[in-house]
Design a protein around this ligand. Structure first.
Ligand code: NI
Length: 225
């Protein structure tokens, strides 16, 4: 499931984040690319654990926790600390797949079920730089307003096309979901959306409680913690 989540960060949060990020030291993006990614990755990023990255990352993680849409779609178990990258003119990240397991500084291993990109630049600030994700039904091109987020299964091949003008600043991160399987997670999300809609239109309908019970009993069947 590919899902755009609008307005994860406010305009003020984006401005504050950009001020912090602009003042931080950036390094060659290949430092965190695996063997496969290093050949095709041409961008800069903040080093893992950099104070600026941690500060803006905290703003992002708090905003995600407060987003019912994100929580329902991702059912997160562990969210990895957000990272940041910037593509200037001529920079690109060719087709690749994200690594399946990431190790936190404390040694904890996290399976990457979902990949997220949160846009800090508006689409008018750069040309090119589209995120292209190969989905079950073909390739989807993604370029969202600043503050918006796209989430997609980490099993997808994806790329960032060359930036030809301006610069593209984004946060990217992964999470391990309580529901490993993409199909099961998408079913739960669809069901949650339908229950919310039914509950809003007809709050006293007995099916609201019954369907909520089915949702939780499916979650109970499938959840991993
Ligand atoms: Ni990637």
């Amino acid at each position: 499931m590919l899902l755009a989540i609008p307005d994860v960060l406010t305009t003020a949060q984006i401005a504050e984040g950009r001020k912090i990020l602009d003042a931080a030291p950036w390094v060659d993006g290949r430092v965190t690319a695996g063997h496969q990614g290093a050949h095709v990755k041409h961008n800069v990023q903040l080093p893992e654990g950099s104070p600026a990255g941690r500060q803006v990352g905290e703003i992002i993680v708090n905003a995600l926790r407060a987003s019912p849409l994100f929580m329902s779609a991702a059912l997160p178990l562990h969210v990895l600390p957000p990272m940041f990258n910037r593509y200037a003119a001529g920079q690109t990240f060719g087709t690749h797949i994200d690594g399946s397991v990431r190790v936190l500084p404390n040694g904890q291993r996290i399976r990457t079920d979902i990949s997220c990109t949160l846009f800090f630049s508006g689409p008018d600030e750069y040309d090119g730089g589209e995120l292209i994700i190969e989905d079950t039904y073909g390739a989807k091109t993604v370029k969202l307003p600043a503050g918006h987020l796209i989430l997609y299964p980490s099993t997808s091949l994806h790329q960032v096309t060359p930036v030809t003008r301006g610069a593209r600043l984004c946060s990217f991160f992964w999470l391990q979901s309580m529901i490993r399987d993409n199909t099961q997670r998408a079913l739960l999300y669809d069901m949650d959306v339908a229950i919310q809609r039914l509950g809003a239109e007809n709050p006293t309908h007995p099916s609201v409680i019954q369907l909520t019970g089915v949702y939780h009993n499916l979650l109970r069947q499938w959840v991993e913690m």
